[in-house]
Design a protein around this ligand. Sequence first.
Ligand code: FAD
Length: 468
Amino acid sequence: MNYNPVTPEIIEQLKKIFGEKAVLAQESEREPYSHDETACLSAMPAVVVRPSTTAQVSELMKFASANRIPVTPRGAGTGLTGGAVPVIGGILLSLEYFNKILEVDTDNLLVVTQPSVITGELQKAVEEKGLFYPPDPASLDSCHIGGNVAENAGGPRAFKYGVTREYLTGLEVVWPDGRISRIGGKTIKNVAGYDLLGLLCGSEGTLGVITEITLSLIPKPPHQVDLLIPFPSVAAAVETVTKIISARIMPATMELMEKKAIRASEAMLEKKAPFGEAGAHLLIQLDGADKAQLQSEYEKIGEIAMELGAEDVLVAEDKASSDRIWEIRRAISEALVHKSPVLKKDDVSVPRAKLPEFFATLAELEKKHGLEMISFGHVGDGNVHVNFLKNDVPQSQWDAKLPELMRDTYGAAVKMGGALTGEHGVGCVKKEFLGVGVDPAAMEIMKKLKTAIDPAGIMNPGKVFPDA
Ligand SMILES: Cc1cc2nc3c(=O)[nH]c(=O)nc-3n(C[C@H](O)[C@H](O)[C@H](O)COP(=O)(O)OP(=O)(O)OC[C@H]3O[C@@H](n4cnc5c(N)ncnc54)[C@H](O)[C@@H]3O)c2cc1C
């Protein structure tokens, strides 16, 4: 694709259309928009535009189409695959002024919101009315709900409650040519035509700009209990998960931390984890309306775990003790950066029953390629956060080995019936590997859909497809 540069004249035109405050052209103003949370990746936008209304977004897309300038939409910039990084330059479209919850509809159990509301704030707002929006990416204190829809974000609670797509009932979207559509709405059921909500959810800003979102809610479960269970090995922990599910117990979350992940958190927090010598920990959260039932469920889980070699079962029934047992898990992501500032945070998905085999394969790949890997994740749904750490390996070895290791890791996951990403998306960092998990016919159809919706290729170019 050939694009036109953003010239000083273009910037003047943008200022005239959107006003001085909405257009950032100085280098220091643009820099914060040049990266997301993906390690070692940045690219400067030529200009940042911050519209305040859907009509302005439409105007901007018409302008970009007419002038053939790439546009990269951005939420909070917490993405881990470079989706919001303007790798081809052009216009960075920040949705930061779209930051209001428009309606909490307690009769229909829905929330209507603009995209740049922080996910955790949206959760608090609906919880004040006794309602619950379950998807809980670990970044929920900073990521935006629009970014969650664009990535189809998941989180620990996905095992019981599902991912963002399960809650999405309506969108307002501005297409690349500037037309505006309202898709779906306040009904749970809507089969009029193809499922464009499903197509847009997880489209990583490559098909249109999301300007309004309607999400379904459920009543908030009033009680919860957290359990921390140390095991001698990952295999014993995963077997416990399978047995819990066979016993017809559905915890809200089931998180697995391997020993190396715990060690990294301990080092950063400068404190010992309870049972830090264990080979793996399970962190389980149960929730529900019936306290007695929760008690019988956690007792049953305790029995299953002890039979399979657990060293103990720590139970947290109040917020303070729950925060204590989650502290190590919450610190892992940052602790890995602390351990190795150069690293690649990744996520893959495998069928749950394959997890012991997958972890064994990761250990083999680590040896084969000579790069350290540390994994943890949402074991209930088979979504493993695999992290590749450079540590003090020479740069040339890292550059040569990392792509091979990534390809082998995705290949192993796909061979076991899994996917090369469970929730972080493809963005620009995994695009050359898309073919590992998507067959040629499906890839061709995806590309045709992209071209049909965005024939000029201006919508977040350089993402998702290997040749983008
Ligand atoms: C510490 C940490 C923990 C994380 N944990 C999780 C987790 O548990 N689960 C999970 O799923 N993810 C997780 N993530 C990844 C990230 O937070 C999610 O992908 C999140 O959904 C991104 O939201 P954002 O607002 O930051 O989007 P951005 O990073 O700004 O953008 C992400 C993508 O969405 C597009 N986009 C953003 N807004 C719009 C819009 N309005 N219209 C169209 N396209 C848009 C962008 O172009 C880009 O492609 C984590 C990240 C970090 C740093």
